[in-house]
Each structure stands twice: as C-alpha cells, then as structure tokens.
Design a protein. Sequence first.
Length: 233
Amino acid sequence: MGGWRTKACMAVLLAEAVLVLGGCNLLPTTVTARLLTPITQGEIRRIAVLPFTTAGLSTERTNELGSEPLAEPPSDTVTRAMQTAMRARSDWQIVDDLTVGEVFRQLYGEVRAPTAEEALAVGRALRADAVLRGEVRVFDERIGSDLAARRPAHVVFAAELVRMTDGASVWQAVYAEQQQSLSENLWNLRGFVQAGGRWVRARDLAEIGASRLVERLHTTLYGLSPKKAAKTP
C-alpha cells in the first residue's frame, strides 16, 4: 500500500512539474476571442447584457438515460453567469437586468433573446454604449455524481459585443469546455484541481466560461490591470 501511495504522489508531482516547465500553452484552450473593429480604450462604459438565445442548441443528449433535469433553461443560466461575472468588475457600468427586462416588455411585450435589430433597439432605449448578446450551443449536464461521472458536463456558448453608435460587432468570443479525467488528459491536472477534484455540473462550467470570457473582454476594452501588466514581459 505504501508503495502505491508513493508512486501516486510521484505521478502528481511529475505532472505539476511538467505543467510548470511546459507553461500554459500546453494546456487546453477553452476560449477563442477576437477584436473585429478597432476601438478606443475606455470608449465603451455602459453595457447591457441581453438574454442569450438557444436557437442552435443541440438537445439530442438532454434526455439521455441517467441525465438529471436542468433547473432552468440553459439560456437563463449562461445569461446570469455573464451578468454576474461582469458586475464583479468596476471599470464598466452593467445595466441592471430588471431595467433590461422592463425595456424588453415595453418594446416587445416579453423578455426574450433578441434579433440583431432588436438588440440595437433595446441598447439604444437603455442608452447603453454597447450590448452583449450571445448563443448557447451545447449544454449537456453530467451523468453521475461529484465523484464519478459516466458522462461529464459539456458547455459551449458564444458572445458578441455590439457598439451602439454604429451597430458594429466589435468583439466576439467562444467558450467550449468538457471536463476530462486525468486518465484521459494528464494536462487537465490544473483544471481538475480548480474544480475541487470533482466532476462539475453544466452550470459550473458556464460560470467558469463566463469568468474567462469577461476577463478577455475587459482586457480588450480597458487593457491589462496594473498587476497583470507588471507581470507581462
């Protein structure tokens, strides 16, 4: 038994050493983001997060035997995750979701994912500098428990920032993540540790994805924070 534990510890230490020596480039990339239109740093301050759409959502695995029912529509989960992540930062002003909902009801009678034209109308009514809208493409819940999952959670969603002054799409990003076991992917050690060494739910992946997308968007709009800039060679 002692020999088994020693080998297990050595394997973990070796994996951590490889991660450190190899750097972050060897880890899976879960976020792809790009700036589409040049912007002046700080020109966008007031942003409205609009309901995400699920028009392209794949549902063939939603009712797979053993999967737990979702507590709410995936669009609500991802929209709220983005709102929460954005409110955690102080450089921009995020329009209150109740205010966004009120404008939706005034214009369209209900709160729903808007078309491109409707997104512009809502943003202008809110006097926002830009609106963030998006699409949930995959939202598969895990099958199993925290300690053992027969199928891990899988989440994919995209986001787009649209500027109100000219209606231009200035930034787009896609987040795609499916948790993997260490036996499948040794490089996933850091991600597995960040998840508390457990199999997470789809909503957890959505929150992680929202945090990463928001970090990239914030850097695009305002540059690196002084602390991070100091670390950049």
